[in-house]
Design a protein around this ligand. Sequence first.
Ligand SMILES: Cc1cc2nc3c(=O)[nH]c(=O)nc-3n(C[C@H](O)[C@H](O)[C@H](O)COP(=O)(O)OP(=O)(O)OC[C@H]3O[C@@H](n4cnc5c(N)ncnc54)[C@H](O)[C@@H]3O)c2cc1C
Length: 288
Amino acid sequence: MDFLRPQTWADALAAAADRPDVVPVQGGTDVMVEMNFDLHRPTALLDLNPITELTTWEENPDGSLRVGAGMPYVRIIAELGDRLPGIAQAARTVGSPQIRNRGTVGGNLGGASPAGDLHAPLLACGAIVEAESAARGTRMVPAEEFYVGVKRHCLEPDELIRAFHVPSATGPQYFSKVGTRNAMVIAVCSFSLALFPAERRVGTGIGSAAPTPRRATAAEEFLAAELDWDGPLDDAVARRFGDLVREAASPIDDVRGTADYRRHALAVMARRTLAWSWRDHRNNGEAA
Ligand SMILES: Cc1cc2nc3c(=O)[nH]c(=O)nc-3n(C[C@H](O)[C@H](O)[C@H](O)COP(=O)(O)OP(=O)(O)OC[C@H]3O[C@@H](n4cnc5c(N)ncnc54)[C@H](O)[C@@H]3O)c2cc1C
């Protein structure tokens, strides 16, 4: 096995172009586990760790954030928790401190597992993936177009993820996950909600309950039409929202849970995250 260790982003793109068989590795918390279990024997690894710009973040001119693909979860939580509360909440549920120290959003995206925890908040917040190749340059892929199948994303073999872009929160955001225990667990299903009060809009993301992470678009449209942003949350609206989120899922029965249970849990999480968000919204955006 070849081990490639480019020192610059340009060299990493060149290596990905020269060797379509190469497997990028950032934190290695997915790649190394697959190798240890002999599930995957890459002919070449492309270690992105020397490229320090992947571990930085900055504010874009429009106020949104550009977060490097290789920024580990611990730093997202510590440095961006106030601006990206939904993403930070999901990051706090990933694995253990050791995994959060190494694991990255770029790696979660690269694996594109329907059970990856960051996909739901990325969808809810309207994140955009910055991908790049030596041959074609940069392209910006909205999160909802990124996932194309079970553990499959839309990137070409010569493309690498450089960063993700996401607006700073302008309203409450929540992430909720059901697992068979409290930590170190693959989600049975997950749900994320983001309120955009100035736009009178709600974003959603469903995890681990369909072949790909997905938005509950009909549920978002329902809330945009029915929410009274200046009043209390109507229980019937919250219930209908939960029903529409449940209907947006297409889960399977597997070792972690049944499809019926996942649908039920999603409706509950949707209602709860809406209630929590509404409480914060009515509390002038401050979490209680
Ligand atoms: C004990 C344990 C517990 C875990 N718990 C959770 C959990 O609770 N929730 C969860 O979602 N995940 C969990 N995981 C999985 C893993 O930690 C996450 O998916 C993490 O985000 C992967 O990030 P990484 O940087 O380690 O990725 P890596 O292992 O380095 O890479 C993962 C994939 O992304 C690709 N990749 C990496 N960087 C790039 C890039 N810049 N461009 C293109 N492709 C790239 C790799 O080729 C590979 O296919 C767990 C793993 C372990 C071992």
